[in-house]
Design a protein around this ligand. Sequence first.
Ligand SMILES: Cc1cc2nc3c(=O)[nH]c(=O)nc-3n(C[C@H](O)[C@H](O)[C@H](O)COP(=O)(O)O)c2cc1C
Length: 395
Amino acid sequence: MDFPSSELQPARPGEFPDLVIGPLRVWPPVVLAPMAGVTNYAFRSLCREFGAGLYVSEMITARGYLEGNRLTRILASSHPDEKPRSVQIYGTDPVDVGEMARALCAEGVEHIDMNFGCPVPKVTRQGGGSAVPLKPRLLARIVRAAVLGAGPVPVTIKVRQGLTPELETYLEAGKVAQEEGAKAIGLHARTAAQLYSGQADRSAISKLVQAVDLPVLGNGDIWEAWDALSMMRETGCAGVIVGRGCLGRPWLFEDLAAVFDGRPPPEPPTFGRIVEIMGRHAERLIDLFGPKMGMRQMRKWCTWYTIGFPGSARLRGRLVRVDDMESMLALLGEIDPKTPFPPSALRAHRGKGGRSQARVCLPEGYLDTLDDDTPPRSPRTREEIEAWEKSLSGG
Ligand SMILES: Cc1cc2nc3c(=O)[nH]c(=O)nc-3n(C[C@H](O)[C@H](O)[C@H](O)COP(=O)(O)O)c2cc1C
């Protein structure tokens, strides 16, 4: 099979050290990106079967968690076999964030990440996500609260380059993270205006590596294991965060483990093997969410797992309507199980489209008060929290 980057060599012995995040040592230096609607326990546990690393939950809203919202609690849930357990917090109120960090650590969470990169209008319009680093004093208050709440448990932050090229925030955010006791910083090397369009800007990752005395996690466009090696070699980052590349391809973590251990990645699975993996994934989603919601969640995965297989486009219209495992497996049975993985699917974009946003929504007058550290208002009532949770789609 013709791999686009196969001229690269796997890691040489000792070329990369463990990723060190406070007391945690992570090998290979690979982190599953927090992804809303994606990185629940079902998917994290599946990925972990393929290779070691740090597997972060999707963003969990502090208010929803503290109020005991049912869906939020499911999304934050784990099993005793998940070690280290890692949760991403979304919150803009330092009091809530501190309280949530304390509660999570009391539950046994061993790593907390903080979302300061979400670009969606619903979030930035409230002054959350990627709008927070525009206000370094507010960012500092929130990070400080998380670090204090977490005690010995390491806290990391995840940011974008900024809002727009004119409003870059990542270098200042790195400084704040370091001063406030965060143990690493992840950089999705795009601006919020870019959403997921264009190429991640590796030169920004290199600049952050130079600017801070903290491990930097490079993020953006790791589609194949080779991309992780080239990003680390090119930027000097301490580890990589893998997002869309593993959607419908949890075996990417096996490929990553191989190249970091000095071996080429194994052959990708045939369609028959992928159907087996899909069955396991669906079972776990059903365990987590119940049969109806579990299968509904599985529908988007059906698209991601089958991208590029001959005949799959025809099936997808039906796959995105499946209600139970039997009909899903029956439909998948229409493709020859011996079909090899299509090379065109390796770098096929999944999860988010390639559009950008012309402007990033901010609260009225936000840019006039960048020195302010007052937290924006978070959803408070049960109805507000429920509406908010349903509408979030990550960053
Ligand atoms: C479906 C989806 C949901 C996401 N949700 C979150 C989230 O909850 N928290 C977060 O920090 N980033 C979120 N992101 C951003 C990813 O963590 C990552 O930064 C981004 O996808 C870039 O990495 P990639 O190019 O490897 O996909 C999300 C991305 C996708 C595609």
